[in-house]
Every structure is written in C-alpha cells, then in structure tokens.
Design a binder for this molecule. Structure first.
Ligand code: ADP
Length: 169
C-alpha cells in the first residue's frame, strides 16, 4: 500500500463526511431583501457553522411562486402569498451541514413572528406572519424538491471548507 501523509487521510475522511452532509433551501423573501437584512440573515447561518453552496438573487414569476408554495394552494392566503413572493427580489440559497434542515428551521423560528422565540431570525427581525422575511425547507423531501425547483445542479458547489475540522472535529 502507498503510505499517504496524515493530512491526506484527513482530507479523504473529510470528503466522506462532507458527502453525508444534508442540504436545505433557504430564501430571503422580498421583505427581508428590501429591509436590508440579507447580510444579517446569512451571517446567522454562517456563524453557526453551516456552509453556503449556492446563492442567487431572483425575482420569481407568480407561476414560479405558485409552484414553490403548491402545498398551500387550498389556503386562503395562497394568492396573496404568491403575489408577495413574486413582488421583488428574493435571495435563494442552499446551505449544507449536519442537521441543517431541522436546525435551520430552529434558527428561523416559528412561522408566526408573534410566536417565534427571541433569538430566532423571525423572533428578532419580523412582526407579522405575512411578512416573516425568510423561508426554509421543512423536511428532507421538500428540501430536495425546493433545491431542484430553484437551482440547476451545476449551480451547487461542492467544496471542503478548512473550518470543518474545527466545526465537526
Ligand atoms: P413556514 O414558512 O414557516 O414553513 P408555512 O409553510 O405554513 O410556514 O407557510 C408558508 C408561508 O405562508 C409563511 O412563511 C407565511 O409567509 C405565509 N403564511 C402562513 N400562514 C399565513 C397566514 N395565516 N396569513 C398570511 N400568510 C401566512
């Protein structure tokens, strides 16, 4: 067998680890963008230790918003919600890390900012449910579907961050 330097084993170990990381779809809605909260929101995911693997600014069409929120089409607020999501720029992102789908939702806080805990994004930065500034996938299937809807595969970047050694041990 070829003897690899210790650092090479660490890298291989890491690539295996990185391949197991899950990904979630996070979007800063038009209210968050217009209120100048892009950096604030990104920094909360970044400081936690999650890795940004895709990002773009888009104004979704109403039809696209309807696709994104298709699960809610029977709800009375569906039309207004889709009008709102398509009313201006959205920052669409994919974040990666251990447990990022579920913990990302914790960082975001409850749907209704009146019920979100202080310390969460919605708890700290939003007041009403119709203007709750951020979207995050609510489970593994929706994460996959939403990433596929918003991004082409080549827009997702796979890379190893040197910080991972310090985040995951
Ligand atoms: P979440 O975004 O927390 O996953 P839902 O999937 O239930 O929540 O709802 C999607 C979005 O629809 C919410 O983030 C919010 O912007 C909007 N919404 C939910 N409930 C209401 C409501 N009662 N009135 C207006 N808008 C709502």
């Amino acid at each position: 067998a070829v003897a690899l330097p210790a650092a090479a084993y660490m890298l291989l170990d890491h690539e295996v680890h990185a391949a197991e990381f899950e990904r979630t779809f996070i979007a800063i809605k038009p209210d968050g963008v217009q209120r100048g909260l892009i950096a604030e929101i990104i920094s909360r995911f970044e400081r936690k230790g999650y890795k940004l693997v895709a990002i773009k600014v888009v104004i979704p069409s109403k039809e696209f918003a309807q696709k994104h929120y298709h699960d809610l089409k029977e709800r009375p607020f569906f039309n207004g919600l889709c009008d709102f999501l398509s009313s201006g720029p959205v920052v669409a992102m994919v974040w990666e890390g251990e447990g990022v789908i579920k913990y990302g939702r914790k960082l975001i806080g409850a749907t209704d900012p009146q019920k979100s805990e202080p310390g969460t994004i919605r708890g700290d930065l939003a007041v009403v449910v119709g203007r709750n500034i951020i979207h995050g996938s609510d489970g593994p299937e929706t994460a996959k579907d939403e990433i596929d809807l918003w991004f082409q595969p080549e827009e997702l970047v796979t890379y190893t961050s040197n910080a991972e050694t310090w985040i995951y041990g």
